[in-house]
Design a protein around this ligand. Structure first.
Ligand code: ZN
Length: 450
């Protein structure tokens, strides 16, 4: 019988495995600034360059799906590329210039070269009157048209007269690009991480998800793991639909999934549950946020938002939720030029990354155990467990964790069940289970976690 537990770690865990250097947030922010100037869209060279820059950091595989490919009820569109665009006044000055901001052109605008009056031009101009300095973000993917976005102040300054407008763009057969990284674990069961990569110079909406997903992939690559992890960097909607249509046979492997979007603003964390509402991922994220102790909000699934809509469509109903800070549409900077590098905060990016890592730790460690001495409490003092507890800073909490784990380890409850029901942090519960198992008081049930 082991009487000295000095070699076994009990309770409040050592520093979490992800406690990386404190400049992680700054590194993610620097990546956002590097990606910011690129003119991304749902296809085209800006998207491809973005994937290549992600590929410089993680071993990403870039897929190209030809225009015209049928994907469920949709068709992969023609590829859009833009070189230049402007509105020029009679004096030859570019009063709106794509070179100054890629938001100035409505995404997927068809090429145009024309001279027109201000009245004619106005039908193609978009502004935000309530924020007169900001330029809106607009697209027209599935209707062939053209337009310019500009600040209300710029629009007001346009005098009567004739204007030359030019959009030097192409809309031709090409392909839709997306990036995929599969990190194998010991099990084929998968955790899916998905983010959209199709917005031009917008930071919280798309670049924050890209930066956090890239850092998350690096962290997963560096850690031992049970699950396999699949990271997808996709143009929103059409990219997820395309991936799902081309990979239907893989979907049964997906056990848990997270869409990452708007994860860099100064607001608190918001988690939108999967369509199932009580999937293990939903509970794991909620537990990670609870244990972290900062303010957060949980929301129910709704069939709009980001690509969780596709993953949670009725035929698939995958357990995929969406982690955000302030959800899209609930901050005025959303889809405007004010969603710029200053709007995303290094510390918010770091906190979002931590939420993901803590969630993965819960998924990795969540197991179901059987108490080998279920007739009354086993005598913990005889095994030196109380002494180990007494050495802990918060011995009372660890003792509680030991008793909770012993009581609920009936082969039906998982450690996540124990953490939820006891209110004790998952890490403390998992640490207690580890020490009890080391003393032969617990055995893992063959069914494993769940
Ligand atoms: Zn958006």
């Amino acid at each position: 019988m082991q009487s000295d537990t000095g070699t076994v770690a009990v309770g409040p865990p050592a520093a979490p495995a992800h406690s990386g250097p404190p400049d992680r947030g700054l590194a993610m922010h620097a990546f956002i600034e590097a990606l910011y100037p690129l003119c991304r869209s749902i296809t085209g060279e800006g998207l491809r360059s973005t994937l290549q820059m992600i590929g410089d950091r993680i071993p990403l595989r870039i897929h190209e799906v030809p225009s015209g490919t049928r994907v469920f009820d949709w068709t992969v569109p023609k590829e859009w590329n833009i070189r230049d665009a402007y509105i020029r006044n009679a004096r030859g000055e570019r009063v709106v210039d794509f070179a100054r901001s890629n938001l100035h052109v409505v995404g997927y605008s068809v090429p145009v070269r024309a001279r027109m009056s201000l009245a004619e031009l106005r039908a193609h101009l978009y502004t935000i009157p309530e924020h007169p300095d900001w330029v809106p973000y607009r697209t027209s993917y599935f209707k062939e048209t053209w337009g310019f976005c500009l600040s209300e102040n710029q629009a007001r300054a346009l005098g009567e007269g004739m204007y030359d407008v030019a959009i030097d763009a192409t809309l031709e057969d090409g392909s839709l690009s997306y990036g995929e990284l599969c990190i194998p674990g010991t099990s084929q069961d998968e955790v899916l991480v998905s983010c959209h990569v199709c917005h031009p110079s917008l930071c919280n909406d798309n670049l924050s998800g890209i930066a956090v997903a890239t850092s998350l992939a690096l962290a997963v690559l560096a850690q031992p793991r049970r699950y396999s992890y699949r990271f997808l960097f996709l143009p929103a909607t059409i990219g997820a639909i395309t991936w799902l249509a081309l990979n239907e046979e893989l979907l049964s492997r997906i056990r848990h999934g997270l869409v990452l979007a708007c994860v860099g603003d100064a607001g608190h964390a918001t988690y939108k549950r999967s369509r199932r509402g009580n999937a293990e991922i939903d509970r794991a994220v909620a537990c990670a946020l609870r244990d972290a102790g900062a303010r957060y909000e949980l929301e129910e699934f709704v069939p709009f938002g980001y690509d969780e809509r596709q993953y949670c469509s009725p035929a698939f109903d995958l357990p995929v939720g969406c982690l955000m800070r302030t959800p899209h549409g609930r901050y005025p900077e959303y889809h405007t030029s004010a969603d710029d590098p200053a709007f995303v905060r290094p510390e918010a990016l770091a906190a979002s990354l931590d939420t993901c890592l803590d969630t993965f730790t819960i998924l990795e460690k969540n197991r179901r155990y059987l108490n080998t001495h279920p007739r009354c409490e086993p005598q913990l003092g005889r095994r030196g467990l109380y002494r180990a507890v007494a050495d802990q800073k918060d011995g009372g909490l660890v003792e509680k964790a030991l008793l909770w784990v012993l009581n609920l380890s009936d082969g039906r409850h998982t450690l996540l069940d124990v953490a939820e029901r006891s209110g004790v942090a998952f890490a403390t519960i998992a640490g207690a289970a580890e020490v009890l198992a080391a003393h032969g008081l617990l055995v893992e049930t063959p069914a494993g976690g769940g």
